[in-house]
Design a protein around this ligand. Structure first.
Ligand SMILES: Nc1ncnc2c1ncn2[C@@H]1O[C@H](COP(=O)(O)OP(=O)(O)OP(=O)(O)O)[C@@H](O)[C@H]1O
Ligand SMILES: O=P(O)(O)OC[C@@]1(O)O[C@H](CO)[C@@H](O)[C@@H]1O
Length: 305
């Protein structure tokens, strides 16, 4: 069984303004509300790709209820822990540029954290747990490391998609997959990643630090995949970009879907890239048919290591 865990979910409020003017009254031309948070996005895309999964994490108040009922409508199994505060609303402003304001999120108590640990201790060998997104301010930065320890003990495969200190803390931890984007990887090693060569080099460093599979995503430029002694480089398909929020999460869901089907490494990566791009070309997250249309448009090559 696959589980996702989102410590700090959100409602993503997506507002389109043709010429946003700072300090003025701007009127939204189109507004959308989606359940968000990286793990929740992974769960939603997995479900669309016909992979059953359960979404875990913390939800609170009316915003939490919105997310729960939205996921229920999409027939996604959930087992969220109810917290006292209000789940955040993240603003995604689409104008000439994409601007994001992500909220802080509610406080999470020690009791809530213990409850999550208890849930994770119930997972079975060969289950997969995707921990994704930022760690709320009230939760220690090494929280994912503690989760990883439980996963290792119970032979659960852990996937991490996070950034900043939470990602730094995970260095040296055994992970099944880690998927930083180029900026997150650069921040991790205190360098600027502006070429495929750099992404391969630092991706390999991550592999040496304990990750079985590493994907470095590079937005419209595609991605790099490192596993065993193999390295693949993919160019993303071209298309009309509508909303890139969740493209990286979709990539993780695509990877898992193809891995679950037992595909070869190159085809797993092709599927992951197509899924990320399929989401970038939709207002909401992608559907299976969007992914299938893009599969043959992903240009992939094997690189020398
Ligand atoms: N402009 C784009 N055109 C085509 N494909 C894209 C574009 N942006 C993203 N993608 C696809 O999605 C994948 C992941 O994108 P990106 O590197 O932006 O992830 P991310 O920063 O983790 O995203 P997020 O945090 O919003 O989920 C890319 O490797 C690519 O396949
Ligand atoms: O603040 P975090 O946890 O780093 O990221 C949260 C977030 O930006 O990530 C998702 C896209 O990947 C969105 O659904 C959500 O708003």
């Amino acid at each position: 069984m696959i589980y996702t865990c989102t410590l700090n979910p959100s409602i993503d409020y997506i507002v389109q303004v043709s010429d946003f003017m700072y300090g003025e009254l701007n009127r939204g031309e189109r507004t959308d509300y989606y359940p968000g948070g990286k793990g929740i996005n992974v769960s939603r895309v997995l479900k669309r790709l016909e992979i059953d999964n359960t979404a875990l994490g913390f939800l609170g108040d009316f915003t939490g209820d919105f997310i729960k009922s939205f996921l229920l409508k999409e027939k996604i199994r959930t087992d969220f822990i109810e917290v006292n505060g209000t789940t955040r609303i993240n603003v995604k402003l689409k104008s000439n540029q994409e601007t994001e304001i992500n909220g802080a999120g509610p406080n999470i108590s020690d009791k809530d954290l213990q409850q999550l640990f208890d849930q994770i201790r119930q997972l079975q060998p060969n289950d997969i747990l995707v921990v994704a997104g930022s760690i709320p301010a009230s939760v220690p930065n090494d929280f994912y490391v503690k989760i990883a320890e439980i996963c290792t003990e119970n032979k659960v495969k852990m996937i991490a998609d996070t950034s900043s200190q939470a990602l730094k803390e995970l260095l040296g931890t055994k992970l099944f997959l880690v998927k930083p984007n180029q900026h997150e990887l650069g921040e991790l090693f205190d360098v600027r990643i502006d070429s495929i060569e750099n992404a391969v080099y630092y991706g390999k460093q991550l592999q040496q630090q304990g990750a079985e599979n590493v994907i470095v995503s590079m937005g419209g430029d595609g991605a790099v995949y490192i596993s065993d002694n193999n390295c693949f480089i993919a160019k993303a398909p071209k298309g009309k970009v509508i909303n890139t929020v969740g493209a990286g999460d979709s990539m993780v869901a695509g990877f898992l879907t193809a891995y679950n089907k037992g595909l070869e490494q190159d085809d797993i990566f092709r599927y992951a890239v197509a899924t990320g791009s399929a989401t970038a070309f939709q207002a909401d997250l992608c559907e299976k048919k969007n992914v299938e249309t893009l599969l043959q448009l992903v240009e992939l090559k094997k690189a020398e290591f």
